[in-house]
Design a protein around this ligand. Sequence first.
Ligand code: CP
Length: 313
Amino acid sequence: MNKRSLVSIDDISREEILDLLKRASYFEAHPNHKLLDGKVVATLFFEPSTRTRLSFETAVNRLGGRVIGFSDASTSSSSKGETLKDTIKMVSNYVDLIIMRHYLEGAARYATEVTDVPIINAGDGANQHPSQTLLDLYAIYKTQGTLSDLNITMVGDLKYGRTVHSLLMAMKYFRPTFHFVACDELRMPKIYKEICDRCGITYYEHKELTPEVINATDILYMTRVQRERFSDILEYEKVKNLYTLRRSMLAGSKPNLRVLHPLPRVNEIAQDVDESSKAYYFEQAKGGLYARQAIICRALGIEVPTFSTPSKS
Ligand code: CP
């Protein structure tokens, strides 16, 4: 595996996370720094995406590189039966970096085993979404002034939600207290609760998103119940609308509370929340551009000037 690949958030240390956040801050101030002259990057999306693919591609373009790839695997030779291994080996002949999203857990890790070109995992099934985590951390740092000692409430699909799995693993460095709000069918898997146990992280599980939980929260991380992860559509129908955040529910919340969501949302955040000063999900997604510029430069071994420090991490 190329050591610059980013497959899991666990591939990078606390120090590297903080360094990437500094670099993201640099790119927020200098989004058009042409550091990728002559580089070609592939974006291979075997699953749909709006934000991740477009922000990665914008990041490459703003850095002065070129992008090739596909946003719909049905237009690629995988639809003729070409294996992932052969696809990755072929694309590796053309590019300096591969950014890929795949519906199978472990697909990005597998890709690193068949190429020396660095791989960035843009989401693999219900497993990991490390670039989302970097932008989530960037949003948390920007809104809270720190990553440490925060009350983080995760709501919705905690079973299949790769964004919450990655975020939990990154936050283990920063002494969070977690509140997991989910129905029985979508509870946080045992493996992630065991990580909390091993790292001495306090967590509470709830079935309801109550005022008590909201009012103790610094970061309210809402997630979508993902229809595409259910094999039984009736099971999805049963749980899809269990948690909807409405603006009135934020009335007693802490002044610093911010609502995050990896997006896309369906019904889990009512439109009236958008008008609240505590809604931060669109700014969060915007920061994804800068976080991904930082991730791309790391993957390509390109030095980035830094000036702004997440010093109080
Ligand atoms: N947050 C996220 O991964 O969004 P997309 O599916 O639109 O890329």
